[in-house]
Structure formats: structure tokens, C-alpha cells
Design a protein around this ligand. Sequence first.
Ligand SMILES: [Zn+2]
Ligand SMILES: [Zn+2]
Length: 239
Amino acid sequence: MQSALRILYPTQCVSCDALVEGDTGLCGKCWSDTPFITGAVCGACGAPLIGDVDPEETAYCEACHASPRPWLHGRAATLYSGNARRLVLALKHGDRTDLVPALSQWMARAAAPLLQPDTIIAPIPLHWSRMLKRRYNQSALFALELKPYVNAIVLPDLLRRTKPTTSLEGLSRDERFDLLRGAITIKPKYADEIQGKRVLIADDVMTTGATLTAATEALQTSRAREVCVLTLARVTKDA
Ligand SMILES: [Zn+2]
Ligand SMILES: [Zn+2]
């Protein structure tokens, strides 16, 4: 039925005005300029792995080897480059919330190995001062849109930022970790609800993992059973 509707009403590429091919929401040209992650991936951040990887074993990228992650599993849909980077920036700074359904579908696909029915999805929060300016939290929009794919409970306000963080751009890895330590806590009213539960944190971009680490530690302090992370785009050295 859906494909029949698509033939009758072909949709436009989310990235340009061309007609969509396939089910990614992109035209052929934009699809080939979007660095989707496929094949063997790092079990902690979802970055692609090169070389021989035993599909039965969890392997890690160089960055996650050097800086072991406090969460259990992680996936990302794309690398943060090319058209994926353009779309993230359009969503964050260009009010393109219409991109959310297509981008969430990519995330749901990448997250398939992590999804279990009793998962709670929680977005990385914006500090209220930034929320006032932007009016929406792109990670919360992803979390809400992921709900039907994963049949999960979404708690958009489970996590909160206790201090505003200015732009992290230009900061070293260690500076980012220092700045974000303790910057995210869970809302006290959810403390009982997440005890012993499996939580999937959703975010738009993973750079060093400092923000995801702060969120994971907050969930672990509240005794979540398992924490996994899902991002739209992963920044890697070579991307
Ligand atoms: Zn296009
Ligand atoms: Zn990794």
C-alpha cells in the first residue's frame, strides 16, 4: 500500500527538490552524498571499522579503545560529513524540523541491534536557556519519532542540564569532559521509574562522547540497568 501511494504521490528529497528514490527520503544524488554507516561497526559508538572484523565479536574503534565508554552499546546512522552534516546543521540552526522523520528512520535502522521492547528512550537535553532560543530540542524530536519503530517509552524530560554549556567547538577532548562532568542529571520524579531499566540515549551528533558520558553516568547513578546510545551522526577523524 505504501509503495502504491508513493508511485501516485512521489515525495520530494528532504535535502533538495528532486524526487525521492527508494525509502531513505533522499534522491539518488543526495543519497550518494550522505555517508551512511554500513558493514562492521564499533560496538560503542557505531563508527565504521576497517579491516578484518569477526562478526561474532564486539570490536571497538581506536577512539573507544583509547577512551572506554561507560555505556554498553552504541550506534550511529551516518558519519558527520557531506550531506549528513548539512542536514544536521539545517535542523539545528535552520528550523528544518521537517527533516526529523527521515533522519529518525535512519537512526532506527542503525539502532536495530540495540532495540528491545522494554527500552526507555531519553534525549540529550538542552539547557533551558538554549531551549528558549532554539524553541525545540532536536534530540527530543528524534526520540519521539523513534517511538513507533521501537515500541519504547519515550521520556523527553528524563535528563536535564544543570549548567549551561557554551559551544564546545575548539575545545580539546579533556576540556570537553571536564566541562560536562556532572552537567546532566535525571529529573528526580523519574528516579524510581528508571531503576533496573534499559535506557537508550538519543542525540544528534557524537564528537568526543563527553555529553553522552555525562548522561550515562547520571543514569547509572540512578541505577538504570543498562545504558545504550544512539546518534544520528558520528564525528570521526577521517570523515
Ligand atoms: Zn536530493
Ligand atoms: Zn567507537
